[in-house]
Design a protein around this ligand. Structure first.
Ligand code: SAH
Length: 372
């Protein structure tokens, strides 16, 4: 390569967004494409990739592993649920766990993952660890997809300040041919296919050097049966769990119950409000007021139709408004939360004031009448 040409690039190569963000975005795109439920990030460092992945709604289990507990602990608090997660629990469940340990060791907590990411990890492994790594990741964990990224040493000539390796802790940096031959051999041994790509495009005219970060995406050829996971003989845990967060989820009955109760009361209040404002319009006519029935034009066309079809009309009797549970159940959000009418009844039993036959939510409007 022409020395002047190289010198020129050394001055100007700057990735936008920064390369680490491009690597993380690459993983996020992969998650959005393949929708894995369980994802493990090996060599997770300060958990920044895990933090990004916690927002991917398909993921229900996230795990991080690093040999350095301190680097994980720095920002692990960012993986904890926020108050808003409790106020509005998500429909999916999400558990995030961080383990302290080495990718050179097998631990049963790493079984059952769909996607395993190793971003800029392998070049930090000692020769003995690198030897064990394929058996741990591809042989033992055996996820459907493995992503491995590592520096492409051919790109280093374009990077300012890089003398031997890009980081003092790197044990090696591979050319494209070296990485690809290791990856192809690993894939062959464990029955995976591998596709090569990367992030950090080389400048125009320098395409031959390849991406700044080279990436191999491995796909397991045979679907793994539940049996092969279970057939692993019971083994001792060697990793130490340093963090665990279980996010509030509507899959958990106690959060579902709270959400349903709030939604039922909210829905009933809206119906009552509409009923009362209409009633006021009729207030000059005392007979109509006392025997007031809800008419269609209180509601949107959608609800109006339901009221007609299912003959479920809220009504006022004396100082009490009755809003049938069937009406409340027909509201999409309540319906989606509960699934069945029986479940709705079960979840609100004893928590919401119901009519004596349990078929309607009751509101006493005595004070509202006084105010009026
Ligand atoms: N994956 C992160 C950072 C990679 S730096 C990112 O995308 O930004 C490499 C990380 O691997 C470091 O945090 C280091 O502590 C960890 N590491 C090194 N050897 C390891 C081993 N044998 N097992 C697990 N983690 C290891």
């Amino acid at each position: 390569m022409d020395k002047n040409f190289k010198e020129e690039f050394r001055q100007i190569i700057k990735f936008e967004p920064p390369l680490y963000k491009q690597r993380h975005q690459f993983v996020k795109d992969l998650v959005e494409k393949y929708k894995p439920k369980k994802v493990a990030d090996l060599g997770c460092a300060d958990c920044s990739l895990l933090w990004m992945l916690k927002f991917c709604s398909c993921i229900e289990v996230l795990a991080g592993l690093d040999i350095c507990a301190n680097v994980m602990k720095e920002k692990m608090h960012t993986l904890s649920p926020l108050p808003v997660d409790y106020l509005q629990p998500s429909e999916r469940s999400l558990t995030i766990t961080l383990h302290h340990g080495s990718v050179a060791h097998k631990d049963p907590c790493m079984l059952g993952f769909d996607l395993v990411t190793c971003i800029e990890l392998i070049e930090h492994l000692e020769e003995s660890e690198l030897k064990k790594f394929p058996e741990v990741v591809f042989g033992f964990m055996a996820p459907s997809i493995v992503v491995i990224s590592t520096p492409n040493s051919e790109f280093n000539c374009l990077l300012p300040r890089v003398m031997l390796y890009r980081h003092p802790d790197h044990k090696f940096e591979w050319s494209q041919a070296e990485f690809q031959s290791w990856a192809l051999e690993t894939a062959r041994c464990y029955d995976y296919s591998v596709e090569f790509t990367g992030v950090g495009h080389p400048p125009k005219g320098m395409e031959k050097v390849g991406f700044c970060t080279q990436i191999g995406v491995f796909f397991r050829k045979c679907p793994q049966t539940g049996e092969s996971v279970q057939s692993e003989k019971p083994m001792e845990a060697v990793y130490k769990t340093v963090f665990k967060a279980v996010y509030p989820s509507l899959k958990d009955e106690k959060y579902l119950q709270n959400a349903v109760i709030s939604e039922v009361i909210f829905t009933a209040q809206i119906i009552k409000h509409r009923l009362m404002s209409k009633r006021e319009e009729y207030s000059d006519d005392p007979e109509r007021k006392s025997k007031f029935q809800l008419s269609m034009d209180y509601f949107s066309d959608y609800l109006g139709k339901l009221v007609v079809e299912k003959n479920m009309e809220p009504f006022v009797s004396g100082n009490v408004v009755y809003i049938p549970l069937t009406t409340i159940f027909s509201f999409p959000k309540v319906n989606r939360l509960c699934g069945t009418f029986e479940k709705l009844c079960k979840l609100i039993a004893g928590k919401v004031t119901l009519s004596s036959d349990g078929s309607a939510v009751m509101f006493n409007i005595e004070h509202e009448n006084e105010e009026n």
